[in-house]
Design a protein around this ligand. Structure first.
Ligand code: PLP
Length: 474
C-alpha cells in the first residue's frame, strides 16, 4: 500500500517542472512569481491528499496542469468587476445597489487623484471636519437641524443607540422587530449597542397605550423601524409618528426612527405607498432619523443620521464614531449626489431614473434589443431561436417597497439547443462581462429597465463571445 502511494506520488510533477510550462509567464506578470508558486503548490497538495485518500486515483499531469491554469486564470482577473444587471431589480443588494451618477463618479475620481479639503479649511488654514462637506446639504434637503454620516445605515443605528441609550431601555413595537438582509436584525443590533430592548404590542397591533405603559425611569428611546422588506396586511394597527413624538417628548425621552431607504423627495404617488420622506419624519417630531445613501436616494453606501442639534452633537463626541467614519471617495460621491437633488436634477441619478422609467420607452428598448439579438443569433448555427418582447414586473429591491411592482418589458429568449434556461443563464453568467438575467419557466428574461445602451452592447458582445462570432458585422 505504502509503496503504491509512493509510486503514484513520484509521478506528481515537481514545482520546477510546473514553473517551466509555457503559459506560466503571463500569470507571473499578473500576480508575481511567489503567488504563482503558492497557487501551484495548493494544486499539488490537493493532488497529494487525493492520492493519500485513494491510492488508485489516476494521475495525469495534463489534468493537474489544467487545474493549475484554471486557478491562476481566476486569480489573475479582477474579482470585483462590472456586470450587466438584466434582472429588473433596481436596487439589487448583491449586485451593488445604486449606480452612481456621472457627477458622483467624477467627484470620486477628482478627490481620489488629488489632495483635497477633506479635513482642511482653506479659509482659516487649519483643521476642518470631513462631515461638514455634506451636513448642510442634508439639513437643507430634510429640514433637520444637524446631521452626521457614517459607513452605512446599520452603523448609523448602532451609533445612535449606543450614544443615547447605552445601558438604558429602548421601547419598540413587536411588529418592527425585523431582519433586513441576513445580518441586520433589530434585536441583535440593539443588544450590540448595549441597549435593553423593551418590545411592546403584538406583531400586527401596537397601540399608543402599549408604548405608554412600557415607559419607565430607564427608558431612553422610543424606537420606530421601517419594516422594509415585508408588509403586513389585514387587521393591523400602528401608532402615528405625531402621537409617538408627543408621548416621547412629554416624558423627556428621545424618538428615533430607522427609516431604511429614506426618500428625499416625495415618490409616494408613484409607489402608491404611505412611506414617509425624511423631511416628513423630521416634521412629525422624530429626533433622530437614520437612512441609507445607496437605496432610494441613489448615492454611495453611507449611513445618514439627521436630527436635532443637541443629539447630533452627542453623537459627534461618541468614540465609536471614529471607527465608523466615512472615506473621502464616499463623501465626494455623496456630496455630488445631494447636489443633484439640490438642483432638482434627479433624472441624472441612475436609481431615480430607472425606477421612474416610462413604460413605452422600455417597450421600444426591448424591441430594439430583440431585433439586434435576432440578427446576431441568425449568424449562428442555431436552428431554433425563440425570442419575444414580453411585459414583466420589475421591482425596486433593496428592501424598498416590498409590495410595489413596476410594470416593465423584457426580451425573453429560449435556445433549446443549448439546454435549459438555467443552462443558458449560467453561460451568460460566465462570460467575460457576466450578464445576470431573470428566468421565467423555460425562458431567460432580459429586463430592460436596468439596462443602459452600453449594457445592450455588452449583451451582444457576450453572445458573440459565446458563439465565437467575429465582431465587425452585427
Ligand atoms: C436597509 C436597511 C438597513 C441597513 O442599511 P445598510 O445601509 O445596508 O446598512 C437598516 N434598517 C432598515 C430599516 C433598512 O431598510
Amino acid at each position: 500500500m505504502r509503496e503504491k502511494i509512493q509510486n503514484v506520488m513520484r509521478n506528481i510533477p515537481s514545482m520546477d517542472k510546473m514553473l517551466s510550462m509555457p503559459w506560466i509567464g503571463k500569470y507571473e506578470a499578473e500576480i508575481g512569481r511567489d503567488s504563482v508558486k503558492s497557487v501551484i503548490s495548493e494544486v499539488l497538495d490537493d493532488q497529494r491528499k487525493k492520492i493519500l485518500k485513494d491510492p488508485d486515483t489516476a494521475f495525469d499531469t495534463e489534468k493537474v496542469a489544467a487545474e493549475a491554469e484554471k486557478r491562476l486564470k481566476d486569480r489573475a482577473h479582477k474579482s470585483l468587476k462590472p456586470l450587466v444587471n438584466a434582472t429588473g431589480v433596481v436596487l439589487h443588494t448583491n449586485l451593488g445597489r445604486s449606480l452612481l451618477a456621472e457627477d458622483a463618479v467624477e467627484a470620486v475620481r477628482s478627490v481620489g487623484e488629488n489632495y483635497s479639503t477633506l479635513e482642511y479649511s482653506t479659509e482659516t488654514g487649519s483643521r476642518g471636519h470631513r462631515n461638514n462637506h455634506v451636513e448642510w446639504l442634508i439639513c437643507r434637503l430634510t429640514g433637520a437641524e444637524a446631521a452626521i454620516v457614517v459607513n452605512n445605515n446599520a452603523a448609523a443605528v448602532i451609533l445612535c443607540l449606543g450614544a443615547v441609550a447605552k445601558d438604558k431601555e429602548a421601547v419598540i413595537s413587536r411588529g418592527e422587530l425585523v431582519e433586513i438582509g441576513g445580518s441586520f436584525r433589530i434585536p441583535e443590533i440593539m443588544a450590540l449597542s448595549g441597549t435593553k430592548m423593551v418590545d411592546v404590542g403584538t406583531t400586527n397591533m401596537t397601540h399608543l397605550s402599549d408604548y405608554e405603559s412600557a415607559i419607565s425611569e430607564e427608558t431612553a428611546v422610543l424606537l420606530k423601524v421601517h419594516p422594509s422588506n415585508f408588509s403586513i396586511e389585514g387587521y393591523t394597527a400602528s401608532v402615528s409618528r405625531d402621537e409617538i413624538a408627543k408621548l416621547a417628548h412629554d416624558n423627556g425621552i428621545i424618538f428615533m426612527e430607522d427609516l431604511g431607504s429614506g426618500m428625499l423627495t416625495d415618490q409616494r404617488i408613484m409607489f402608491k405607498t404611505t412611506d414617509p420622506t425624511v423631511r416628513s419624519c423630521i416634521e412629525a417630531g422624530v429626533d433622530l432619523v437614520t437612512f441609507s445613501g445607496d437605496k432610494l436616494l441613489g448615492g454611495p453606501q453611507i449611513g445618514v443620521i439627521a436630527g436635532s442639534a443637541g443629539l447630533i452633537d452627542k453623537l459627534r463626541k461618541y468614540p465609536l464614531l471614529r471607527a465608523l467614519r466615512v472615506d473621502k471617495m464616499t463623501l465626494a460621491a455623496f456630496e455630488a449626489t445631494l447636489r443633484l437633488y439640490l438642483k432638482g436634477r434627479m433624472e441624472l441619478i441612475p436609481t431615480f431614473r430607472m425606477i421612474n422609467r416610462d413604460t413605452e420607452e422600455m417597450k421600444t428598448q426591448a424591441r430594439r434589443l430583440r431585433r439586434k439579438l435576432s440578427i446576431l443569433l441568425g449568424r449562428t448555427r442555431l436552428k431554433s431561436v425563440f425570442i419575444d418582447v414580453v411585459p414583466v414586473n420589475d421591482t425596486v429591491g433593496g428592501g424598498s417597497f416590498p409590495g410595489a411592482e413596476l410594470k416593465g418589458y423584457a426580451v425573453s429568449l429560449k435556445l433549446p439547443e443549448l439546454g435549459s434556461a438555467g443552462k443558458l443563464a449560467e453561460k451568460l453568467r460566465l462570460l467575460t462581462v457576466p450578464v445576470i438575467t431573470g428566468i421565467n419557466e423555460d425562458r431567460i428574461l432580459f429586463h430592460v429597465r436596468t439596462l443602459s445602451e452600453k449594457d445592450e452592447k455588452r449583451i451582444l458582445d457576450g453572445f458573440k463571445e459565446m458563439f465565437s462570432l467575429e465582431s465587425q458585422k452585427a
